[in-house]
Design a protein around this ligand. Structure first.
Ligand code: TYD
Length: 140
């Protein structure tokens, strides 16, 4: 499993649990219920200026859930052969990105907060940041 084997068809959106009430809503992501990996790190991405893009990399090992906990943005996932554009615009819609997939995030609304739940701690060595190198690696 990884760079050569994983494809965009293995990346799904799932609706995680949500409880609504007149005093506000709760959304839950829970181990053994709606997340398929052990969580090692959680971070959020926010304050992205209009028109800016984020991402632009792939990971060898890391997998993640991405949620738009506020606002909306598009995630482009690419396996070197096929790509898909997924719009995240509901706080309980999680996109699972498996290892070895190139991703770019764009079209951020001004109030967008991107929550990332990750399977590994931060490790720059796990990143592939050059698209040409990524394409070469997917062919090996
Ligand atoms: P990066 O993952 O490169 O970008 P993006 O958020 O667009 O996917 O992260 C941006 C910068 O933040 C980069 O210098 C690495 C740093 N960073 C950390 O130090 N720790 C982290 O957990 C993350 C996600 C990023």
């Amino acid at each position: 499993m990884g760079l050569k084997d994983n494809t965009v068809d293995m990346c799904f959106t799932i609706e995680v649990s949500k409880v609504t009430s007149i005093v506000g809503d709760n959304t839950m992501v829970e181990d053994d219920l709606n997340i398929p990996f052990e969580v090692k790190r959680i971070y959020h991405l926010y304050g992205v200026p209009t028109g800016e893009k984020r991402g632009g990399h792939a990971h060898y090992e890391l997998e993640q859930y991405i949620l738009a906990v506020s606002g909306s943005f598009d995630v482009i996932i690419d396996d070197g052969v096929n790509n898909r554009i997924i719009t995240l615009n509901r706080s309980n819609l999680a996109l699972h990105i498996v290892p070895g997939i190139w991703r770019e995030l764009e079209n951020f609304s001004s109030d967008a907060i991107c929550l990332v739940i990750a399977s590994h701690k931060y490790d720059e060595g796990d990143y592939i940041r050059d698209y040409k190198s990524y394409l070469e690696l997917t062919k090996q």
